[in-house]
Design a protein around this ligand. Structure first.
Ligand code: DQA
Length: 146
């Protein structure tokens, strides 16, 4: 399997961005964690970050036929983007929704996710450790390659 990990706006600032909420781990650290987990699971990984909604939609379209599934931390677009939701429905790619923080325990505007109804499932609240958890979850969802 080949898996895309797509990170949205402001996640490039992890490490310095509100460490009390998101922890001290940088996005490069997270990428390294994911690479180690992917090697253990025997899957290929593409790791991306964009601050632009349209670029994220383009990445989902481009993932069709290339990646077996997607781990998506859409950042604040989670709570606003009908366009990202539609991109997931349109591509029919299996998506695991991921957040470092527990969005349900935070401000009310973070409780609503446009991704959740079109995702296989959601992992949130485990900080950087959620990424390898999401890889485990997606690979087990995908099952053995044909
Ligand atoms: C986030 C949660 C979102 O509410 C927030 O806008 C982010 C990060 C998380 O990983 O906890 O940018 O997706």
């Amino acid at each position: 399997h080949s898996i895309l990990i797509l990170n949205g706006p402001n996640l490039n600032l992890l490490g310095t961005r509100q460490p009390e909420v998101y922890g001290p781990t940088t996005l490069a650290d997270i990428e390294a964690l994911c690479a180690a987990k992917a090697a253990e699971l025997g899957v290929e990984l593409t790791f991306m970050q964009s601050n632009h909604e349209g670029a994220m939609i383009d990445a989902l379209h481009a993932a069709r036929g290339v990646h077996a599934g997607v781990i998506l931390n859409a950042g604040a677009y989670t709570h606003t983007s009908v366009a990202l939701m539609d991109a997931i429905s349109s591509t029919m790619l299996p998506v695991v929704e991921l957040h470092l923080s527990n969005i349900h325990a935070r401000e009310e505007f973070r409780h609503k996710s446009f991704i959740a109804p079109v995702a296989v499932g959601q992992i949130c609240g485990f900080g950087a450790a959620g990424y390898p958890l999401a890889l485990d979850a997606l690979v087990s969802y995908l099952g053995d390659p044909q």
